[in-house]
Ligand binder design. Structure first.
Ligand code: MLT
Length: 323
């Protein structure tokens, strides 16, 4: 009786491909019930050639799960797990057509992203990155790096979801006047934090600082463009720890050159990594980090466990549904 049971278990152990670094605690959860291969830095061709060997795929933002991937899976791929919040790197239409579930880890990196937003806000306003590079280059330019104060300034939080509301809460602690725009935001949550919900136009035209926290969707793509920059207060400062694609980057370079935007602090880019000669990245009034919003030890461990449980749960549902 026992060998037969062991054999049955072996046959039903799903195979999972993890294509970007996932915390050990999450891998342990996966390994209890499945066979796991961690193959990082696969080219799109390599991913397509291997994907039909797996029931589930776990990615962060670096792997593009395109229609080609679903086609190459030949019907075996049942679940894509996104170890993070944004699922804009997964072709959801193709996933639906190929009967593949897409799950994410919606909560574990909220605080990390909000903290990175605040880190960029304060670093930008005091020229920390530029001043650091200058001192290391042997200079001592105190007046060049005079900053701007945050207290009493208006911060517009664009997208008042989990991350946006945590940024708002922290910015209130810095003495900022916080307003927010989000068509879906519950008014009671805003009221509880002491944040005024306003229209998009009001937000962009009254803010001294804007922090972006909206997902990238067809509706939000390039929503910050020449037209929106022209409605902002001259000298506005922008933080983006959401998705690069919500800003038209050429328009942002123009707004920086004209002084409409005094400074930008960006963790995300329309193309990642951005081209080496990117005018935006090289701009002297721009502070950049390489999509580090979710990258704290604590968040990555939490995300790994959250996504592992979601993928195993989805596979179990899938397996029992097909049993
Ligand atoms: C997210 O959407 O949660 C972030 O982009 C996470 C990540 O860096 O992978």
């Amino acid at each position: 009786h026992r060998p037969a049971q062991a054999q049955t278990q072996k046959q039903t152990r799903p195979a999972i491909l993890v294509s970007e670094k996932l915390g050990e605690a999450g891998l342990e959860v996966l390994r209890e019930l499945s066979d796991v291969d961690c193959l990082y830095d696969l080219s799109p061709q390599e991913l397509a050639s291997k994907i039909s060997n797996y029931d589930a795929l776990i990615v962060r933002s670096g792997t593009k799960v395109t229609r080609d991937v679903f086609e190459a899976a030949k019907g075996r791929l049942k679940v894509v797990g996104r170890a993070g919040v944004g699922i804009d790197n997964v072709d959801l239409q193709a996933a639906t057509e190929f009967g593949c579930l897409v799950v994410n880890a919606p909560t574990a990196n909220t605080v990390a992203a909000a903290e990175h937003g605040i880190a960029l806000l304060t670093a930008m306003s005091r020229n920390i990155a530029q001043a650091d590079a200058s001192v290391k280059a042997g200079k001592w330019q105190r007046s060049k790096y005079t900053g701007v104060s945050l207290v009493g300034k208006t911060l517009a939080v664009m997208g008042f979801g989990k991350v946006g509301s945590e940024v708002a809460r922290r910015a209130k602690g810095l003495g900022m006047h916080v307003i927010a725009h989000d068509p879906y935001a519950p008014a009671d949550r805003a009221r509880a934090i002491g944040v005024e919900l306003v229209t998009f136009e009001q937000a962009i035209s009254t803010a001294d600082f804007i922090s972006l926290h909206m997902p990238l969707t067809p509706n939000t793509k390039n929503v910050f463009n020449d037209d929106t920059f022209s409605k902002m207060k001259k000298g506005i400062r922008i933080i983006n720890v959401a998705r690069g694609g919500v800003i038209n980057e050429d328009a942002l370079v123009r707004a920086l050159d004209s002084g409409v935007v005094a400074q930008a602090a960006l963790d995300v880019f329309a193309e990642e990594p951005p081209p080496k000669d990117s005018k935006l990245v090289q701009h002297e009034n721009v502070t950049v980090t390489p999509h580090l919003g979710a990258s704290t030890k604590e968040a990555q461990e939490g995300v790994a466990i959250e996504i592992a449980e979601a993928v195993i749960g989805a596979l179990k549902g899938e397996l029992s549904a097909t049993a």
